[in-house]
Design a binder for this molecule. Structure first.
Ligand code: AMP
Length: 350
């Protein structure tokens, strides 16, 4: 049985949780002539009411756990909802609900579980043949700076840097004591790569069978991005933290683009092999570009990332493919619209 059974494909609603990139997603859907539905937590309803020009239906929940309730599922199916997952989706709703929700999801649902596990995530990148930073065990001898990461998409919250084994163990003990993580297996210790961060936004279209590089950004993180404004003596006293507060636009030296594209294509090929049918739609490779021009990928997101919000009117790259304003949100809606027209919607939802 398919999740699309019983759907009226002439009346679908592009649906997402009101947060993260939802306004861009609704805006893009409207440009493609599709209807939209937002699922909003009661405390933020007033804010999303301000954008009713973009949102046809608002489904209000008291808490995110209600998303998996029979009542909400019934409403969504009545709207012929196609769900668009984003960075807040798994965080708010939980992996179990995401995996079990009987609503068609644009994208590769099975990738969300991989993304939620730091170790499985890095293994997938390695299998793809994409260069990644070295990983360490908690008891390994640490001979250079490492960054210690917690599970899930928490926007860098709770990450810390350790310069040696003692600092690593002290930091991990603090995390366990504070209850943020219960199992040390969930913690990833990774070489801290020195260079310039760059995040690449791709879209894989099963309909056109091509990878598009639609944009890129740099994350603006507190306090690490403020440290360079401090005198050296003061900066060396401060512990760097990585809380994302926003995103800045980026264009790359053109000579780096072939490598960026090669990694994007390798990622698609690997997901097709190990997680069939493979990635569908937006994904992001998050990298550090070293001073020798090599690019190391320290993380991926298997869905739309917040950095795409920069390009609601298109990016310098999206114009090369489309020659019209093409945000990631609109690109998603375009793929869905064309898939419906061609009778191929089942190829872009899981
Ligand atoms: P993440 O949640 O993995 O995207 O990481 C949050 C932030 O930590 C990134 O935006 C980078 O600033 C930094 N970061 C993560 N991993 C590394 C790494 N291996 N080397 C250097 N910086 C990193």
């Amino acid at each position: 049985m398919s999740l699309l059974d019983g759907y009226d494909l002439r009346d679908i609603h592009i649906t997402t949780i009101c947060s993260h990139t939802s306004l861009q997603i609704f805006h893009g859907a409207k440009l493609e002539g599709l209807k939209t539905a937002g699922i909003v937590e009661v405390s933020r309803k007033w804010f999303y009411e301000l954008f009713r020009n973009l949102i046809d239906e608002l489904i209000v929940v008291n808490s995110w756990s209600e998303l998996c309730s029979i009542e909400v599922i019934r409403k969504l199916r009545k709207l012929n909802a196609v769900l668009i997952p984003h960075g807040s989706f798994v965080e708010y709703v939980g992996l179990k609900c995401c995996n079990e929700l009987p609503i068609p999801m644009f994208g590769l649902r099975s990738l969300l579980s991989v993304e939620a596990n730091q170790h499985r995530k890095m293994e997938l990148l390695m299998r793809a043949g994409i260069p990644v930073p070295k990983s360490y065990g908690l008891n390994d001898e640490i001979d250079k700076a490492v960054i210690v990461k917690l599970p899930g998409a928490k926007g860098g919250r709770g990450y810390f840097i350790a310069n040696n084994s003692a600092e690593l163990l002290r930091g991990v003990n603090n995390i366990i004591r504070s209850g943020i993580v219960s199992d040390t297996d969930d913690i990833l210790v990774q070489e801290y790569v020195i260079g310039a961060p760059a995040y690449f936004h791709y879209f894989y279209s099963p309909i056109l069978d091509r990878v598009e590089l639609l944009g890129m950004d740099i994350r603006y993180e507190s306090n690490v991005d403020g440290l360079r404004r401090l005198p050296n003596a003061l900066a060396s006293e401060v512990t760097p933290t990585f809380n994302v507060v926003g995103n800045q636009p980026l264009v790359l030296r053109e000579s780096l683009l072939p490598t960026v594209m090669e990694y994007g294509i390798k990622f698609v090929m690997e997901t097709k092999k190990s997680l069939p049918p493979g990635i569908i739609g937006p994904y992001c490779l998050e990298s550090i570009i070293k001073d020798d021009g090599s690019i190391v990928v320290f993380e991926f997101s298997g869905r739309i990332v917040a950095g795409t919000n920069l390009y609601i009117d298109g990016s310098p790259y999206s114009w090369l493919y489309w020659n019209e304003p093409m945000s990631m949100g609109r690109r998603i809606a375009r793929e869905i619209r064309v898939a419906i027209e061609l009778g191929r919607l089942s190829e872009v939802v899981t």
